[in-house]
Design a protein around this ligand. Sequence first.
Ligand code: ARG
Length: 561
Amino acid sequence: MDYKRYIAQRLKVEGVSEDELADLVAVPPNTEMGDYALPCFKFAKILRKSPAAIAEELAASYPIDGVVCGASAVNGYLNFKIDRKSFADETLSKIIREGDRYGASCAGGGKVVCIDYSSVNIAKPFHVGHLSTTVLGAALYRIFQFLGYKAVGINHLGDYGTQFGKLISAFKRWGNREEVEKGGIHAINALYVRFTAEADEEMEREAREYFRLIENGDEEANGLFEWFKKITLAYVQTIYEKLHVTFDSYLGERFYTDKMQPVVDELREKGLLKESQGAQIVDLEPYGMSPCLILRSDGASLYATRDLAAAIYRKNTYDFEKCLYVVAYQQNLHFKQVFQVLELMGKPWAKDLVHVAYGMVSLEDGAMSTRKGNVVFLEDVISKCVEKAYRIIAEKNPLLENKREVAEKVGVGAVIFGALYNNKIKDIVFSYDKALNFEGETSVYVQYTCARAASVLSKAAAAGYQPAVNGCAPCAQEFELLKALAEFPQTVAAAAENYEPSFVARFCVDVAQKFNKFYLDCKILQADDETRAYRLAITQAALTALKNALTLLGIGVPDKM
Ligand code: ARG
């Protein structure tokens, strides 16, 4: 049951809807006063009364029943006490009944949400800058699926542009097949870097010519391009596998080569295209933005042109309810421009396009800067984290079997969690030590808590003890834990609504902390029969919720640690 909703349904505040009330009801940080609280400050203006007076009046008229057993006013807050036993029974039974579907819903009704994430650039290595888009997008993908939407994961490959002409030119000059086969993406990138460093006018001209050849379907140029693409995709695939990331489509920018002309025609027909210094633009001055460049003076298309074509293609292909672009905030203007142009074109669905912007990731040991070239590769961050995890685990628990496997889950989890724990727009400084701290607000802390719960459950099973929701009344620690667990369905829904997997990550830490308090304060296996069975049920419920939450984030759960 949704207690916030239950309370909201029984409150009447003039001019405030039930939904608004349900949103306002919250779990107070200090639960001595109440299990839920409604702040009345917002109503003061509408009702022309002090928050304290409003809270008093609402408290006096609130219908107490077997679910909510007390309502009292304190300093402008209306505090509710709920019947702990019925709450606990209900929450526990629900989690145990629903198992790995706990938190899921059918709210999405099969509606399509396209999610454009990771969207790597061909021939470029995957650096830490790509971490957030990849893991945020993948988490949103799983969250929307969990809520009954049909998610479509799109890797909008950066496979278009003069840089591929440069690469071919560099390869023909300095490269050889064997070296590239052996060195993979890094060999390709080295060629590109060398070109940028050494290119003179003649080489630049040659590169433009190679690009033109790719465009015109020249066999050799396309063969080389496809080869570079294959190598890049094979390389990123290894990283996606580690991070548990998948896609439904790899249609990149190049796919839209022949789909841009119709967009240009439509823009012209609708009188939106203007000439400016030889280029074709859409004027966005009335919207306070610089113009959106559609065609360069030499007729070449731009990043925005391809995004316009891609948005239209996606709408036609998937008829999405929403199309998300998980891309760094540096591209804020780009997406504002593209969305505005689509709106001007009269696409009613332009309002369903969302730029899910996120902040930068840098490493504690030296910020990464592409311009200086000291790029940190994501694969290196992952391996280093797994290696460090292995060392910590081997030291803490030398007898553990499958140390490698556990270290992989812990190390990869730490990288993912590091990118997902904070509000997505915040810049992140990744620290290996902080990410792998067993006592911190970390994935390893949550994983360790899961292993702890699993170990209690397997010991109980070995001794023939069964969990049971048997009508025991929860003690304070149990009740706090159950209240946190009960938040999961709303947390997942809010994470989808706000495009914030961090809500799920925070849920994990909150539950883990409350579980550990319960675990340390309350005897489980040594308790009397009734209490033991009840506490085993609580343990099982906590493990279920944590597993579901970590799975949504793409983080594995070791049985033992
Ligand atoms: N490849 C681009 C980059 O690395 C990101 C593409 C994002 N998606 C899009 N539809 N523009 O900056």
